[in-house]
Structure formats: C-alpha cells, structure tokens
Design a protein. Structure first.
Length: 363
C-alpha cells in the first residue's frame, strides 16, 4: 500500500514533470500576461551571457532554473549570469525540479521523466535514471545509475561531492536507498530504520545530508527523523536516530535542507490542496518555526544562505482561493530573529500552468 507521503511526493513530481515535458522553451523570460491585481511583477534583471573566473567563484550566488536555462544571481546586484544550456539530447523530459547541484558547483545531477501510457493517455512519471553533466559546457550528460522498474523519488549529493544518495520506489519493496560513487558508478546499499504502515514494513527515505557528513534527515509515513549514518565494509547503515518533526504532516521530504552549520533544517509541508508552507527546526529538537506560512505559495523549494542567516526559496503564488495566479519567483527571507515578508530576488508573470522558476542552491 502506498503511504500518504509517497503519494504526495509522486503527485507533486508528476505534476511538475508534466510542465517540463510540455517543453516551454529555453530562453523566454517574460510573458505578456498582466500582473496579478494588487501586485507588480518585478522586471527580469539584465542577463550577462558570459562570466569571468572571478564571477564564478564569488560567494553568495543563487543558482536557479528559468525553464531549461540555468543561471545564477547575487541578491541585491540584479545581474543574472547565464550558464551553458543542457545538450539538446538531454532536454526531452528533463525534470527541472529534480536537479541537484554538486557541492563545488561544477556538476549537476538530474532525472528525466518517464513517459508511459495509462488508460489510453500518456503521462509523465518520476525518472528511473540519474544523469550528471558539467555546468561549464553543453556536452551531453553521462548516465550515473538506472534502476529498471522503479521510480526515483529523491537524490542528494554527499557533502564531499564524491557520491550521491538515491531513493527509489517500487511496488514490491517500497522505498529503497543506495549510495552511488560519482566517479566509478559503484552502488552500495544504504540501510535505514524501518517502519510499519498499511500492513507492510518499509524503509525510511533519505531526504537530506548534513554538511559534516554524519547525519541525514530521513522520512517515514509523515515524520522526519535525524539519523546518524556510518560506512563500514562496503555498507552504509544507520547508527542512531531521533525524531525531528513534532507532528505527523504531509511533508514534501525531497525539499529538505540542512543549514550550513548543520544545526537546523528547513522542510516543506503540503498544507491544503496545493498550498505549501516552509518550516525550520533545530536538529536537537528545540525551536520549530514557520518561515513561509501556508496560503501564499506552492511549488516551494528552499536553500540556505552561506552564512545561515537567510533562506531563499522558489515558489508559485496562489490567490485567495488557493489557485495559481501565474506569478512565480525566487525570494529570500530572514531567519533570525523573526521571519518577515519574503523579499523578491526575481519575479515573473506567466500562464498559471507553467512551471517557470526553480531554485537550486545558494552558494
């Protein structure tokens, strides 16, 4: 039986995959659609086609997708630096929401939606393979791992950039976790705590990896746990755990992120229909706060600033009825002492069904 959390993740991934698979182009930056009443959509900052070696190493850059195009911007400076587009061969069914930037910001891992027929209709489903490409050119990506007959629901780089943790799902086993060597492509099993739901026993799923490499956030049926990981004898296994979230929630666990010091983590909760909130909590089980309340956004994805004082997130705005208004952006919000109104880094107006902007990382 599918857990509620797994269903929510699959639905969210499939919906976004449909948007990407539809092919909305590469370079479109604005739409002629009028801004939402009561708000003025910010003009897109100017685009610089090339970057210098000094630009590429400056700290505090937000990496993001605008449709298929990959770019970065330093908040407050307003100049977008475009990065090379994916190879033409990698664009069909490319899933922007699955992208993961390597810790050194030189590579990007991504999946491609699996297109298959269901009841006479073609639909986009989570990927069964992960590819890795370089950010400094448009060479075709290299296949890292393919898991036949499975859906890949999450993957994250380990802090040193040498491996990726991969979470797959199939009807027989539920979620399974493995660690892939990015250089050799060797795959090792990752054993996580198990839990019971719906009459079956399933493994927790890796949601995020801590900066020191010792801890992960792991999800079960509506909860997040902090789990210590060890690597011995070619096997990754858990060596201790503690409850991270205080209540059972519909968590979009693939959108979780540790703070740079590893003391806090941000995570996204699906509140009602497609409305989402962004929350943070101390890993020690202390302070828990809502940074972005439910009702204003969907498609939330967070990233911490390098100094841990702010969080950036991408999201699509909702109206009072919970419907998409056709306005999305990348925003920052101060974490301490108290979260305030999100400040837009980039906002754009577009047809409501379009998935336009997606945050990657703040480095």
């Amino acid at each position: 039986m599918m857990s509620p959390t797994r269903r929510n993740v699959s639905i969210a991934v499939a919906i976004l995959a449909l948007c990407v698979a539809a092919g909305f182009g590469v370079r479109g930056c604005r739409s002629s659609q009028k801004p939402t009443k009561g708000r003025i959509a910010a003009e897109s900052p100017p685009i610089a086609p090339q970057q210098t070696s000094v630009d590429s190493t400056r700290p505090g850059q937000i990496y993001f997708h605008r449709e298929f195009g990959l770019a970065k911007v330093i908040p407050g400076e307003g100049l977008i630096r475009r990065l090379p587009d994916p190879a033409e061969s990698d664009r069909p069914s490319y899933q922007l929401q699955s992208d993961r930037l390597s810790p050194d910001a030189t590579r990007i891992a991504f999946g491609k939606a699996v297109i298959r027929e269901v009841d006479g209709l073609f639909g986009a489903f989570p990927p069964d393979a992960i590819y890795v490409r370089r950010l400094d050119n448009s060479d075709p990506a290299e296949l890292l791992i393919k898991i036949e007959g499975s859906e890949i629901h999450n993957f994250v780089w380990l802090p040193d950039g040498t491996h990726l943790a991969v979470v797959s799902w199939d009807k027989e086993h539920g979620h399974r976790n493995c660690i892939v060597d990015a250089a050799t492509k060797k795959v090792e099993e990752a054993r996580l705590p198990r839990y019971n739901t719906g009459g079956g026993e399933y493994a927790m799923s890796i949601a995020a990896w801590s900066p020191d490499g010792e801890w992960i956030l792991a999800s079960d049926d509506g909860w997040l746990y902090r789990v210590r990981m060890e690597h011995k004898g070619g096997l990754w296994s858990w060596a201790g755990r503690g409850l991270f979230t205080a209540d059972r929630q519909s968590i979009l666990w693939s959108a979780s992120a540790f703070s740079p010091d590893g003391q806090r983590a941000a995570y996204v909760v699906i509140e009602k229909d497609i409305s989402m909130s962004l929350q943070i909590a101390d890993v020690s089980g202390g302070d828990r706060r809502t940074i972005v309340p439910a009702g204003a956004f969907t498609d939330l994805y967070p990233a911490w600033s390098p100094d841990g004082r702010r969080i950036a997130f991408s999201g699509a705005r909702l109206d009072a009825t919970g419907q998409r208004v056709g306005q999305s952006g990348i925003y920052t919000v101060v974490v301490d002492p108290q979260a305030g109104e999100p400040s837009p880094v980039l906002e754009e107006v577009h047809p409501p069904p379009v998935f336009r902007l997606r945050l990657l990382e703040w480095r």
